[in-house]
Design a protein around this ligand. Structure first.
Ligand code: ACM
Ligand code: ZN
Length: 575
C-alpha cells in the first residue's frame, strides 16, 4: 500500500499566535516543525476551564499523557483541565492511539469546533501530538481564552534515534535536575537520554555488589580551577562527590518512561575508569594505587583486560545496570583508552597470546584485545536481549556482532560502520558537542572547553553523508548532541549550553530536510523562547533578538484566516 504524507512548504507555518487582551490564538508552526499542517473549515476550538482531556479506558500510558497535557496547559494558561476516561461529547481533547501508519511515532492532530483529536500510531505518537499541541499555545495565555484554529496535522519523525547526552561524572547534577532535563528533552521530541554515569573523575551509580564504587569512587579530592593545560595544576582543595542511589535511578527511569524517553546508561570502559580503579585497584594492570582524576584529559591507567577477574567485575556491574535500565541499548564507551600499560602488562600480553592475536597493518594487537573485550561483553549483554553501543574507537580493533557505533570524532566512523553493515548514530564533535562555545566572543562567555558551535551550525547539519549508498543510508539511525561537563558546574549552566541549540537539533532529528529553513526557524523560535521564559529555563540569548525581529517581520505580512496559506509538497512514503 502506498501512503502519502505531505511536507509543509517553507513559505508557510507562521500562524502567528497572536496576543490580545482576552484571547490567544494557537500557532501550529512549532519546533520541530510538523511535516504536514493543513487549515480546515470552521471557527476553531476554544480551550475553557470546562474542557476535558479524554483518554481510552485502561490505557495507563495515555492516562499519564493526558495528565501531563493537563499540567502543560496549566503551566501556560493557569487552567486546570480535568482528565477522564469517560466519553464526553463536545469541548474535549481526545487522545487515542490507533492511527494507521507504519512509523511507530506518527500522529494526527485534528481540530474542529467541538473537538481536538490526537491520534498516535502508538502511545508514543500520541505523546508527540500532545507536545505539538502544548507548544502551539502561546506562553502569554494566562487568564485568557485560547483559540485553536481548525486544522489537520499529520506528522512523524525523520529519525528513530533522537538523542541527547549528559555527563554527570565530571560534575554531578541532582536527581531533580535530571528530571527537569528529561522534561526539556521530551518537549523537543527527543526519545533517548544518553546518561554518561562514570568517568575518571567520579563514579555516579550505586552498584550493590561493589559498594566501594560509590563509597570511594564517587570522590575526587579536589577539582582543577580554570582551563586544563600542562601549566595549570591549580586546584580548589575541596573534595567533590555525588551519586544516584538505585532507588533514585528507578524513579528517574519511570519518569523518563512516562515521557517516552528511553535512558541509555553508559559505563565507559576500558579507559576513563580511574574512579572505579580508585575503589578496586586490583582490576588495573599495575594494581595501583589509583586516585580519581582532579583535572581533565586522557589518563594512561585503564582496566586490565588480560585479567579474567576484570570480565567478571564488568559482568556483575552490567547485570545491575540492566536490572536498573530497561533500554535495549547499553553503552560500553570504548573511547580514548591509551594502551601503553597493556603493552607492558604480563596479563594483557598473555591474553593476547592465548587468543592468538597478531598485530596487522590495520590493527595493533592491543586494539584487537579491546575489540575482544567489547565483543565478549556484547555477547553477555546480548544474552539478556540487549544491544551494545560504543564510541567510534570500537571500530579500531575490528568490530563484530551487531554493535552500533556512535561517531564522535567526525562522521568517518559512521560511514565506516554503515559500510560494514552496522548501525551508526551521528554525534560529530565539530557540530554536535554542546560544551563548545556558542559565540566567538569568548571573553563574554562562561569558560568552556573550546570550539564554536552556534545555533545555525547545528540547524544546518545534515546527518546523512552524501557518500553513502541507498543501502547504507538506513544504517544511520539518528543523531545526538553531547554535553560534557568539565567546565559546567551548575544546572543553570547546563541549561545555558543546551538551549536553544537543542531546538535546532530536534528539528534536524524530526523534520524532513526539504521543510527546513533557518529564517523560518528563527521566526518560530520567538514563541518557543517565550515558553522557555514561562517555564524558567535558562537559555542562551545569542539569537533571541534575531528571532524577535524575524517574528515581527513575518507578522507584518498579511495572513489568511489567522493562519498562513498552506502549500503542500507531496512526499511518497511507502508502507
Ligand atoms: C568523547 O568525546 N571522548 C566520546
Ligand atoms: Zn593488563
Amino acid at each position: 500500500m502506498k501512503r502519502q504524507l505531505f511536507l509543509t512548504a517553507l513559505t508557510i507555518t507562521i500562524g502567528l499566535g497572536s496576543c490580545t487582551k482576552e484571547s490567544m490564538t494557537a500557532d501550529y508552526g512549532v519546533i520541530p516543525l510538523p511535516n504536514r499542517i493543513e487549515s480546515t473549515e470552521g471557527d476553531g476550538f476554544v480551550i475553557r476551564n470546562s474542557t476535558a482531556i479524554v483518554y481510552p479506558k485502561e490505557n495507563g500510558k495515555l492516562q499519564k499523557t493526558a495528565e501531563l497535557l493537563s499540567e502543560y496547559i496549566a503551566a501556560i494558561t493557569g487552567m486546570e483541565l480535568s482528565v477522564t476516561p469517560a466519553e464526553k461529547r463536545g469541548n474535549a481533547i481526545v487522545l487515542k492511539s490507533n492511527f494507521a501508519c507504519p512509523n511507530q511515532e506518527a500522529y494526527s492532530l485534528t481540530v474542529n469546533d467541538s473537538l481536538v483529536t490526537i491520534n498516535g500510531s502508538s502511545d508514543a505518537g500520541t505523546f508527540y501530538g500532545v507536545q505539538t499541541l502544548r507548544k502551539s499555545i502561546p506562553a502569554c495565555s494566562e487568564g485568557k481564552q485560547v483559540l485553536l484554529p481548525p486544522v489537520e496535522i499529520t506528522d512523524m519523525p525523520r529519525f528513530s534515534y533522537r538523542g541527547m547526552h549528559l555527563d554527570v561524572a565530571r560534575h554531578f547534577f541532582p536527581a531533580d535536575f535530571i528530571k527537569r532535563y528529561i522534561d526539556i528533552l521530551a518537549m523537543h521530541n527527543i526519545n533517548r537520554f544518553h546518561w554518561h554515569l562514570s568517568d575518571d573523575q567520579g563514579w555516579r551509580v550505586e552498584i550493590k555488589s561493589y559498594p566501594k564504587l560509590t563509597e570511594v569512587g564517587q570522590w575526587r579530592k579536589e577539582t582543577l580551577i580554570g582551563r586544563a593545560g600542562k601549566d595549570n595544576t591549580q586546584c580548589d582543595g575541596t573534595p567533590y562527590g555525588g551519586y544516584y542511589t538505585q532507588e533514585e535511578i528507578r524513579d528517574i527511569v519511570q519518569y523518563a518512561t512516562d515521557r517516552f524517553v528511553t535512558i541509555i546508561p553508559e559505563i565507559d570502559l576500558p579507559g576513563h575508569m580511574l574512579a572505579a580503579l580508585s575503589a578496586y585497584p586490583e582490576y588495573g594492570c599495575t594494581g595501583g594505587p589509583y586516585e580519581a582524576a582532579t583535572g581533565w584529559g586522557i589518563f594512561p591507567d585503564i582496566l586490565c583486560m588480560g585479567n579474567e577477574k576484570t570480565y567478571e567485575f564488568l559482568e556483575n556491574i552490567f547485570s545491575e545496570i540492566m536490572d536498573l535500565f530497561p533500554s535495549e541499548f547499553i553503552h560500553v564507551g570504548g573511547d580514548e583508552a591509551p594502551k601503553q600499560h597493556w603493552e607492558e602488562c604480563p596479563k594483557c600480553q598473555a591474553k593476547i597470546k592465548e587468543l592468538g592475536i597478531r598485530a596487522t597493518k590495520k590493527h595493533t594487537a592491543e586494539n584487537q584485545l579491546q575489540s575482544y573485550a567489547v565483543q565478549r561483553l556484547e555477547k553477555f549483554l546480548n544474552s539478556r536481549n540487549r544491544e551494545v553501543i560504543g564510541w567510534d574507537e570500537i571500530l579500531e580493533g575490528g568490530i563484530g556482532g551487531g554493535a552500533t557505533v556512535m561517531s564522535w570524532r567526525g562522521t568517518e566512523g559512521g560511514i565506516e560502520a554503515a559500510d560494514l553493515g552496522h548501525d551508526a548514530i551521528m554525534v560529530p564533535h565539530h557540530t554536535l558537542y554542546f560544551d563548545y562555545y556558542q559565540s566567538e566572543d569568548q571573553a563574554n562567555e562562561p569558560l568552556s572547553i573550546g570550539g564554536y558551535i552556534p545555533v545555525r551550525k547545528v540547524y544546518e547539519y545534515e546527518p546523512i553523508p552524501s557518500v553513502l549508498t541507498a543501502e547504507q543510508v538506513p544504517h544511520i539511525i539518528g543523531l545526538q548532541a553531547n554535553l560534557w561537563t568539565e567546565y559546567i558546574h551548575t544546572p543553570e549552566h547546563v541549561e545555558y549550553m543546551l538551549l536553544p541549540r537543542l531546538a535546532a537539533l530536534c528539528e534536524v532529528q524530526w523534520t524532513q530536510p526539504e521543510a527546513k529553513n533557518y529564517e523560518n526557524f528563527l521566526c518560530r523560535m520567538d514563541p518557543l523562547f517565550r515558553t522557555y521564559d514561562r517555564l524558567g529555563y535558562n537559555y542562551a540569548k545569542h539569537i533571541r533578538e534575531d528571532s524577535k525581529v524575524a517574528f515581527e517581520k513575518a507578522k507584518a505580512v498579511p495572513q489568511t484566516a489567522g493562519q498562513a496559506e498552506l502549500e503542500s509538497v507531496p512526499v511518497g512514503l511507502s508502507e
